[in-house]
Design a protein around this ligand. Structure first.
Ligand code: AMP
Length: 172
């Protein structure tokens, strides 16, 4: 874990003044750190019968794909509006300024699925809460939620429903 941490870059004032951005690109480009991230993420879900990993656009696509591959599960993208080509369902959610929308294909998850929803960073939790709502509406057997990094000071977990298990590899 210390090795991964040593490869995460802090970028001050990105994308807005006052935000300390946890940049995982410096960990993803490092072969050993990428390997450890994939391995450690997958160890959390080895015996859970996971059938689909949902990755949230766009930084959640990287760890989510690796996790799906490691678990022998399928990968499902949760995307910004207008990006997915077939029939979608959508969820609006509040951002600091205004609202945002994410979408998922209506046929992406079925009631026999056991799902991990993955994103790179848990900040305020708004994005993940919306993704959970979307996936829940497709009635899978079980939903797990996972992040590489959790920014604990922002209390994002409080926004997530208590009936989903939330894990993160690294807490700051
Ligand atoms: P949230 O506030 O939890 O809805 O975060 C929204 C998205 O922004 C997440 O998918 C993260 O990828 C990203 N994000 C928010 N804050 C940070 C941060 N300080 N460092 C890196 N990524 C962040």
């Amino acid at each position: 874990m210390e090795y991964i941490k040593s490869k995460i870059r802090d970028v001050a004032d990105f994308p807005a003044k006052g935000v300390l951005f946890k940049d995982l690109t410096t960990a993803f480009k490092d072969p050993r750190a990428l390997h450890i991230i994939g391995w450690d993420l997958s160890q959390l879900y080895r015996d859970k019968g996971v059938t689909k990993v949902v990755g949230i656009e766009s930084r959640g696509f990287i760890g989510g794909s690796i996790l799906a591959f490691e678990l022998g599960a399928g990968f499902v993208p949760c995307r910004k509006p207008g990006k997915l080509p077939a029939d979608t369902i959508r969820q609006e959610y509040a951002k600091e300024y205004g609202t945002d929308v994410i979408e998922i294909h209506r046929d992406a998850i079925t009631p026999d699925d056991i799902v991990v929803i993955h994103d790179d960073v848990l900040a305020t939790g708004g994005t993940m809460a919306a993704a959970i709502n979307l996936v829940k509406s497709l009635n899978p057997k079980k939903i797990y939620v996972n992040f590489i990094i959790e920014l604990t000071a922002l209390n994002g977990r409080n926004l997530l429903p208590s009936d989903v298990e939330v894990t993160s590899l690294i807490k700051y």
